[in-house]
Design a protein around this ligand. Sequence first.
Ligand SMILES: *Cc1c(COP(=O)(O)O)cnc(C)c1O
Length: 495
Amino acid sequence: MDLFYKSTRNSDLKVTASQAVLTGLAPDGGLFVPSCIPCLDVPLEKLGGMTYQETAFAVMKLFFTDFTEEELRSCVAKAYDEKFDTEEIAPLAKVDDVYYLELFHGATIAFKDMALSILPHLMTTSAKKNHVEKEIVILAATSGDTGKAAMAGFADVEGTRIIVFYPKNGVSRVQELQMVTQKGNNVDVVAIHGNFDQAQSGVKAMFEDQKLAGELAEKGYQFSSANSINIGRLVPQIVYYVYAYAKLLENEEISPGEEINVVVPTGNFGNILAAYYAKQMGIPFGKLICASNENRVLYDFFQTGIYDKNRKFILTTSPSMDILISSNLERLLYLVSGEDAAKTRELMEQLKKSGSYQITEAMKERLADFGAGFADEAETAESIREVYGRTGYVMDTHTAVAAHVCESYREQTGDGRKCLIASTASPYKFAKSVLTAIDPVYEKEEELDLLQKLPGISGRVTPQAIRDILDAKVLHATECDADQMKETVKKILKV
Ligand SMILES: *Cc1c(COP(=O)(O)O)cnc(C)c1O
């Protein structure tokens, strides 16, 4: 039987891939998961000779089972084109003996582009397939990178509107400028007086609000999600893990069947979950190592089996990982509970009520594929400085969290397998933190002035995304309190 999607909170609910993409979140508040994880049907040796676009098609066709070949190929072609500054789309950089999988060569120079450049096409195709006449309103909460990538992806896409919420003091200057200068007749962005978790909870509450859905429907609107709870985000992220392994094999960096470890700087648990899916599909990954910043709720979870968000929210130099509620973890819990929807629902209800939960011993045993580590602020900066000093390679703060964790994991475990590090943002996006880590003299300088210094230091030309913001006009200035998100959306949509 063809693969379909069910909710993590109700295994009997059954929808097609296109329906799952369209609705984003299941009506019971659960996340959509594939009914099984398919095995790759192309040998890795053959994948090694394929382009990113061909690999994307080979992987995604296994998940988007109700899309025709023509539909899916068209989505892939529209997504992975000249918006990326390299034909490889996701190039590998070998630095010492680790491989950095650079996922920041798209329009907004962070890894969110990998999925958000295709999601709008998956969504409009899904709308057509399901004869949806209403305008789709994308609501997104962002810790900095999703917002811009989603706005860039959906800007002026017919039949859609997008409203993004970001924490007013929780994003970098470059991230904020990228968002407030976004053009497009269908885009809005709102700064909330609160943190990312509040933005995400506010958005989730609107998705679950049936009364609001009714009011919107009368005006011809329906909500969908561009956050990584949407399966249309997760599936495209599997592609680059398959691609990276196949390229390492093709380039004879590894031998057939050789296991490698993967280290992923983690916030909402979407990127690392995609690596886990890739492993389930047959890619020989060893440990999937979850790297946290000082908001180390996931590290603690992997150590103890207890998830506890009742702690201080810390603003760090890796803001896209400043998250205490990792929403995609629900998909992993569902898998390690043996697809037990009742158990998953119970844990999620506990999280909502008390802010914590504990998984069973049996579930904990099934987490053996994962490792975990964290880097504090000093370790993150040291990692940037040290790797730069030794090799000349400049990485961003998020990637540096992973690089530190990679190193300490090796020391602590003696695990000598080769490592693939997901490099999630361009150093240009976090210029001040990156340069200050290399040399504290930069601390006093303006972020925007520092952008001029990066080409010389990093040997990377200034990306188009940065040139764009330097002289762009600010087009958005809406702000609201965290408890006013719903009213703000109604005002924007004139409902
Ligand atoms: C979003 C983001 C992350 C975290 O990814 P998750 O899928 O949420 O775990 C890490 N680094 C950067 C630069 C990001 O934008």
